[in-house]
Ligand binder design. Sequence first.
Ligand code: 5GP
Ligand code: ZN
Length: 113
Amino acid sequence: MDCIFCKIVEGSIPSSKVYENDSVVAFHDIQPAAPVHILIIPKKHIATMNDVAPEDHGLIGDIFAAARHIAQELGIAEDGYRLVNNVNSHGGQVVYHLHVHLLGGKKLGPLPA
Ligand code: 5GP
Ligand code: ZN
């Protein structure tokens, strides 16, 4: 499968990993949009949030638990941060392997419309 994030999971493409467990991997975004910009992905290939099946619901919880853990580790939990999931064309999704952006490290602006 020609998926860049699956290759990051396999390790055949390098990434700057900050967290990993049995189900998820988190790594720095290659083009950070904020002082902290981390991508959290399931190891399982799921293209978009639209493709999440009931048996994957635990994985979604794992992604959010990882986000909470990473924010604590980086010391940004109290000041706050933002979790973003882009879906398909109108959502601005570019990489079709489910991922949640963890953004923080400064006071973020309002969400774009
Ligand atoms: P999307 O628009 O699909 O929600 O976001 C995809 C994100 O993946 C973008 O922020 C982009 O900078 C990041 N990205 C794309 N290719 C790579 C890569 O090869 N390595 C890393 N670390 N991030 C990537
Ligand atoms: Zn994939």
